[in-house]
Design a protein around this ligand. Structure first.
Ligand code: SF4
Length: 442
């Protein structure tokens, strides 16, 4: 036990990392640690890292050097590095950063407890792929919002992606275990549950003796008392099948928002990316989704300047972004990741200034279409789950609609409440509104 010892966790990257950090904190508190308000006040300094892009590494290493100075000031401090960057380097972490005491991959968070309760003095690395952090207790950032890891790893091999090498092959958690965890979360006050996996809609195929499916899981979670909203990320267009789409049309708690990564509009570039679908298949999925859920919020991921992408092929990305009219999009400039296939396409790298120029044109199209799409909410009363005060105007509240639209509004509600808000204005990013107070007065 470590009475009175404190920890601090810095999280980089995706929602799966946010989930893993909540589990790391829950586990440490169960070991008697308490969370320190800042890194300099902690006995145990932890980083949960991302390795999706070069920039992510550079940003993290700057933080790691600050920890190095803190350890020099107090050598009893323990420094630990978890997540995809640690997994991608394995024991090289200690060779390059000898002041690090423990390093562990995304599936090895539980081994941190072993290290902390052992009297090991030497640096320890844990990099096997087995293990679900979802088994560990969670310290949630907000009591009314929870993550649930339904699977780890990915069986696909997108040529630009490092995830399969840092998170391993796809392994689904048993469906009864997930339903039990969701029931427990709901009993603990979670109203909005987000399901996490690298490729959620291929969930359950690997389960034995009885395979399951993502739609079966969604239907079982929908019947849980107290779970008002279910979200998920990230699905893959190749596995976006009608049974899942029908769930959006039929299930009360499943939110009308689908994040469907496009990555590129050109079928030739999609092939080079090994995305396993082409433009026609993607557009066909969009059409089927809108047929069943006309008012759905569709968001996406797009990579600009993939090696070999021509001006004409980039224009195809602009065409798809314009035609679909996404409610929002995460847009990235391609950067080579060490150890990925696409990183070997040096002879076809697109010059950075061309990538930047294309990114500006794409953002213009995405924002214009998102603004146009958002106008459909003006004048409507939407249910908003209040998350806190607005980041831009502390006199206003901030929350999210079932469509995953951020709303900044005037009102009296508190975090965790779901209130009716009349939308008065819509930008490409957020909605503005006023809480309909009549109900409250009643
Ligand atoms: S689907 Fe592709 S991009 Fe997504 S995690 Fe798997 S390999 Fe990476």
């Amino acid at each position: 036990m470590a009475p009175h010892k404190s920890f601090h966790v810095t999280t980089f990257g995706c929602q799966m990392n946010e989930h893993d950090s909540e589990r790391m904190k829950g586990m440490l508190e169960s070991l008697g640690y308490r969370e320190a308000p800042e890194r300099a006040a902690a006995d145990l300094i932890l980083f949960n890292t991302c390795s999706i892009r070069e920039k992510a590494d550079e940003r993290f290493i700057a933080h790691l050097h600050e920890a190095k100075h803190l350890k020099r000031a107090d050598p009893t401090r323990v420094i630990g590095v978890g997540g995809c960057w640690a997994q991608s380097l394995k024991d090289e972490v200690f060779a390059r950063f000898p002041f690090v005491d423990v390093a562990f991959g995304p599936g090895q968070v539980h081994r941190l407890a072993e290290f902390l309760t052992s009297d090991s003095l030497s640096a320890q690395g844990y990099f096997e792929f087995e293990g679900f952090t979802g088994h560990l207790p969670a310290k949630r950032a907000r009591e009314f919002q929870g993550w649930m890891q339904i699977s780890v790893g990915c069986n696909l091999r997108c040529s630009y992606c490092i995830v399969p090498s840092t998170r391993g092959r796809e392994v689904s958690r048993p469906i009864d275990e997930l339903v039990a965890e969701a029931e427990k979360s709901a009993a603990e006050g979670v109203y909005e549950l987000t399901l996490l996996g690298q490729n959620v809609n291929s969930y359950g195929r690997d389960l034995r003796p009885q395979p399951s499916s993502f739609s079966e899981l969604l239907r079982r979670l929908d019947s849980i008392e107290g779970l008002g909203r279910i979200r998920y990320t990230s699905p893959h267009p190749k596995d976006m099948r009608e049974d899942v789409i029908r769930c959006h049309a039929e299930l009360e708690s499943l939110c009308p928002h689908i994040h469907l990564p496009l990555q590129a509009g050109s079928s030739r570039v999609l092939k080079e990316m090994r995305r396993t679908y082409d433009r026609a298949r993607y557009m066909d999925r969009v059409a089927l989704i809108r047929e069943h859920v006309p008012d759905v919020s569709l968001t996406t991921d797009i990579i600009v300047g993939f090696p070999g992408e021509t001006e004409a092929e980039f224009r195809e990305t602009l065409e798809v972004a314009d035609e679909v009219g996404f409610d929002s999009a995460f847009t990235f400039i391609y950067s080579p990741r060490r150890g990925t296939e696409a990183a070997t396409f040096e002879d076809r790298f697109v010059p950075h200034e061309v990538q930047v120029e294309r990114m500006e044109r794409l953002v213009e199209v995405v924002q214009r279409r998102a603004r146009e799409r958002a106008q459909r909410f003006v004048g409507r009363t939407v249910d908003v789950l209040v998350e806190g005060t607005s980041r831009t105007d502390p006199s206003r509240l901030r929350g999210r609609t079932p469509h995953n639209k951020v709303v900044n509004f005037e009102g009296l509600a508190g975090p965790g409440e779901v209130v009716p808000v009349v939308v008065t204005k819509a930008t490409s990013q957020t909605l503005l509104g006023e809480e309909r107070l009549l109900a409250r007065a009643g």
